[in-house]
Design a protein around this ligand. Structure first.
Ligand code: ACO
Length: 204
């Protein structure tokens, strides 16, 4: 056991706790508990596939007691990942969560529609930024450089995996994360109705 908060590789036993962190940071960085009836939907969309597809690239921030208090997940090749999801990730979820009726405007229905119609990344900047990632720390783990260390660790893993650049999507309301990414040297690649795509080139 280590005496301080530290970065570790992902282990299968972390799975449940990481889904919990995804929910507790899922409303533009704030707690999304109570917004969704099904607490696992956010994890199914933004976490689970990464853990299954590229567990070796996932990093966990652990408390001194060894409990996961943050994570960063990524894939080196977004196009290959999206193809893999179409074959191995979405089909079982589509069976489990049937397409909601048109009148259903609930928060859950909005996410379930994404399971049935996930966005495909085809923008021109993808060629130079083929990897992508998600990072989430619980409030008690935020600050003090923890996010920076976790992000650097996954950027190094993506570089080692051969990715020439990385992108990520961040909601316009998440001003803290946008400031953090700018501070970490990422630049805006694209403005979207809901936020920004940011990215950086990776060098060995
Ligand atoms: N503006 C300017 N600089 C900032 C900002 C900001 N808003 N936030 C942090 N920084 C700077 C810090 O001052 C620090 O600088 P220093 O190293 O020179 O002293 C550096 O960035 C690193 O900051 P950390 O303390 O490592 O930041 P933190 O641990 O809070 O991690 C993160 C940032 C990942 C956004 C964290 O707050 C978090 O998980 N928030 C909730 C979930 C979330 O919003 N995730 C992002 C969703 S988008 C996506 O995953 C693609």
């Amino acid at each position: 056991q280590q005496r301080s908060i530290h970065i570790d590789h992902y282990r299968q036993e972390d799975h449940r706790q990481l889904y919990e962190i995804c929910l507790r940071t899922g409303d533009s960085g704030e707690d999304a508990t109570g917004i969704y009836q099904d607490p696992d939907l956010l994890g199914h969309l933004y976490l689970g596939a990464y853990l299954q597809h590229s567990p070796e690239l996932a990093r966990v921030l652990r408390s001194p007691e060894g409990l996961a208090v943050g994570y960063c997940v990524g894939v080196a090749d977004t196009t290959a990942f999206e193809r893999w999801c179409e074959q191995h990730w979405w089909p079982q979820l589509r069976r489990r969560y049937p397409l909601p009726v048109q009148e259903d405007e609930s928060a859950d229905a909005r996410l379930i529609r994404k399971i049935h119609n996930p966005p495909r990344t085809t923008q021109p900047w993808l060629a130079e930024h083929p990897a992508h990632l998600h990072i989430d720390l619980l409030p008690e783990a935020q600050g003090g450089g923890n996010g920076a260390k976790l992000l650097r660790s996954v950027l190094a893993a993506l570089t080692e995996a051969g990715a020439a650049g990385v992108h990520l999507g961040v909601g316009a309301r998440n001003v803290r994360a946008i400031g953090f990414y700018e501070h970490m040297g990422l630049r805006t690649l694209e403005h979207l109705p809901w936020g920004l795509t940011m990215g950086t080139r990776l060098t060995v």
